[in-house]
Design a protein around this ligand. Structure first.
Ligand code: NAG
Ligand code: NAG
Length: 491
């Protein structure tokens, strides 16, 4: 018994520990508990499993910059008393007898007669007296019988009445059944067919509409082949990038056509010509969750989303949600020293930014390694410092500088490389320079309202649009954008 108890205790302790280790990613179904002070529950990293794995921060060295019937009451019962007539011993019919019986009966004399009569009378009186109650009885009982008969006949009348009623009801019922039958017949014969005709017509119309919709969708699909075409007039001013355009007089923030390299066709981008004196080229934009960022390597390489919209001013002055494309980003950042401005907004309208004076993305052959340096700003230095809510190795795991780009179909992160079940991009929602895994996740899932929970996340990880050093792991920003421009030391 004691052994059993001990065993139970062990199992319980093991279970409790398992529960405590909320970060155990092998336990995909293990529901997290609500820890008090959820704000300090920093995620982002994938801590080491003691004795089972190790973390090598410098796997790549960072590049230099980079659901009846009613029962009636019984009638009064007929009297049941037995009318047994008691046989009275009648006195002899008068007369005096001889001394000897054989002599017969003597003829009565007056006196004898009188005596006899008196005697008789006494007898008769008694009899009459005795009869009286019987007569009374009889009269009473006949009265009862009368009553009984009376009630019988009234009950009989009642029954007859009910029978008549019933047959009337049956008659009515039959009538109504006939009526309904007629109605149903009429409905089936005439109304149904006509309704069916009407429905047929409706169906045909719906079919037509569906066809139209399918056609429209087809047109949309064709119109949305990469990169997404935006139908607004393109400004005359063009240039190598947004800074170049600014200098050529393109001072409004809107969509422009740029051609950084004469050997490649020009393409559209959104230029922010007002923040910090303008010249900013949007390489990433999130603002309403309209575009899915959980995409493949090829998509991230070529770019996706909507560059800009015309909201009625005749030009595309409102940026859409998009990713410019790793090839383009790499090419732009390698033209010369490039700075990056990451602006973000929470759901109350508060804004912060992070800026790096140096920002370089290597080419695809090196999996677009990221190199940044020279932080300034108010959001917190996620790229170089990692999450300030974590410590030691856990923090190092969230530094993005020097990381290769990873998508769910191409794993280049620093979390048990080569293990397909340990891929940051599969769990954290988008393509990004994941380490093990992130402190910043601008391409993560879009959560309306900001605060979200492990239960809401697809894999229980902090897969929102996160910037840990500003809002922690469990707050998904309302908007975030990344803009680049050539860097000039003397600006
Ligand atoms: C956790 O519980 C507290 C109260 O105990 C509650 O205010 C909070 O919203 C809960 N957090 C989550 C993420 O469920
Ligand atoms: C790293 O995180 C794990 C789990 O969150 C924790 O057990 C460990 O103590 C942390 N290490 C450091 C150095 O903070």
């Amino acid at each position: 018994m004691r052994t059993l108890l001990l065993l139970y205790l062990c199992v319980y302790v093991a279970w409790a520990q398992d529960n405590l280790d909320y970060d155990d990613y092998d336990d995909a179904t293990g529901l997290p508990r609500n820890k008090t002070g959820a704000s300090v529950d920093a995620r982002g990293h994938r801590p080491l499993q003691r004795g089972r794995d190790s973390y090598n921060a410098n796997r790549y060295s960072p590049p230099p910059v980079s659901g009846r019937g009613r029962y009636r009451g019984r009638p009064t019962a007929a009297p049941t008393g037995q009318q047994v007539q008691e046989r009275e011993e009648q006195p002899e019919a008068g007369g005096c007898t001889h001394a000897s019986d054989e002599m017969g009966v003597l003829c009565p004399t007056g006196c004898e007669l009188k005596t006899t009569l008196q005697k008789q009378e006494r007898n008769v009186r008694t009899i009459v007296n005795e009869l009286k109650p019987q007569v009374d009885d009889l009269s009473r009982s006949s009265n009862n019988i009368f009553n009984y008969v009376n009630s019988m006949s009234s009950s009989l009348r009642e029954r007859q009445r009910i029978i008549t009623d019933n047959s009337r009801v049956v008659g009515q019922y039959t009538d109504s059944v006939e009526e309904q039958h007629a109605y149903i017949k009429e409905t089936v014969d005439t109304v149904f067919p006509s309704n069916i005709r009407v429905l047929q017509g409706v169906l045909d119309k719906i079919r037509l509409k569906i066809q139209k919709l399918e056609k429209a969708i087809q047109v949309q699909r064709e119109g949305c082949t990469e990169p997404c075409k935006t139908k607004c007039p393109i400004p005359v001013v063009s240039g190598k990038e947004c800074e170049d355009i600014f200098r050529r007089g393109g001072k409004d923030s809107q969509m422009y056509l740029i051609q950084p390299d004469a050997f490649y066709p020009p393409y559209k981008v959104f230029c922010d010509q007002s923040s910090q004196n303008g010249g900013w080229l949007l390489i990433q934009s999130r603002l309403d969750g309209s575009v899915d960022f959980g995409r493949r390597w090829d998509n991230y390489r070529r770019g996706f989303g909507n560059i800009a919209f015309d909201v009625g001013k005749g030009h595309c002055e409102t940026p859409g949600e998009y990713w410019l494309g790793n090839d383009r980003i790499s090419q732009l950042t390698k033209m010369g020293p490039t700075e990056v401005l990451i602006e973000m907004e929470d759901w109350t309208g508060a804004k912060v930014h992070a800026q790096y004076r140096q920002f370089t993305i290597q080419s695809e052959t090196s999996n677009y390694v990221l190199a940044v340096d020279g932080y300034s700003g108010t959001a917190g230095n996620c790229f170089l410092d990692g999450s300030l809510q974590l410590f030691g190795e856990n923090r190092t795991m969230t530094i993005h500088n020097g990381m290769m780009f990873s998508t769910y179909d191409r794993d280049n992160d620093n979390w048990l490389p080569g293990d397909p079940s340990k891929q940051c991009s599969k769990e954290d929602g988008g393509g990004w320079w994941y380490n093990r895994c992130h402190s910043a996740n601008p391409n993560g899932r879009y959560y309306i309202g900001g605060a979200y929970t492990r239960q809401m996340a697809k894999h229980g990880t902090d897969d929102g649009m996160v910037w840990m050093n500003w809002k922690g792991s469990w707050y998904s920003l309302k908007a975030i954008s990344m803009k680049i421009r050539p860097y000039f030391a003397s600006r």
